[in-house]
Design a protein around this ligand. Sequence first.
Ligand SMILES: [Fe+2]
Length: 247
Amino acid sequence: MDFELANALARIVELKDRSTGAHTWRVTMYAQAVAEAERMPVATVMGFMLGAVLHDIGKMDIPAEILAKPGRLTAAEYETMKSHTVLGWERVQRMGVRDPLVLNVIRSHHERIDGSGYPDGLAGEDIPIAARWFSVIDGFDAMTSLRPYRHDVGEDAAARAIEEICEHAGSWYEPRAVEVFETLHRTGRLDSILEHLNDREGHASLVGPLTPDAMDLARNALMDSAKDVADAERITAILDSRPEDLR
Ligand SMILES: [Fe+2]
């Protein structure tokens, strides 16, 4: 899968999950910064970034009222929310994605080193390394971005987020990934990405507004990935939901 299609798909997910705003854009830029700081091979950098773009694609399968709920989720709603990992992992495979790096980020980005994460409750090195690294990024962005339940963001929030991530190094997060991310933050190399924190409209994206071609590409890929009639209807509803945002 190329970045144009992946970005279009991520934008479509954001149509449904408005609260994430430019979340996808930011985590992908953070992923690039981390991968380059670690001097990962180019193919690994690209795979890691593609995993970042697509990591929450399964949210298109989660009811909008759960995604947008301002208060605490009930236990049942939380179980449904958690399934975005496996649903996304399944959907991109129906789209032909085979790169384990990309698939691992999508399925396992909510796992924790101590085994308390989801969906598989994996622990330590059983969690694929790309997912261990990405969860630091996703955690940081979750703690520093506007959400239905969070309105305090900015540099203070970033400092607090780094503190919290450092506290959980070795329990939730891969220590080496925490170290790299903390250094990038301390040396100001994440600042230009952080500046996009308050894009309440969620219009920041990797390649700008979706072109009609990108939209067609995404529409075809999504319809091809439909597993049954109900799924195809759900996809159609999302695609038709806010056509003005796709221009
Ligand atoms: Fe997620």
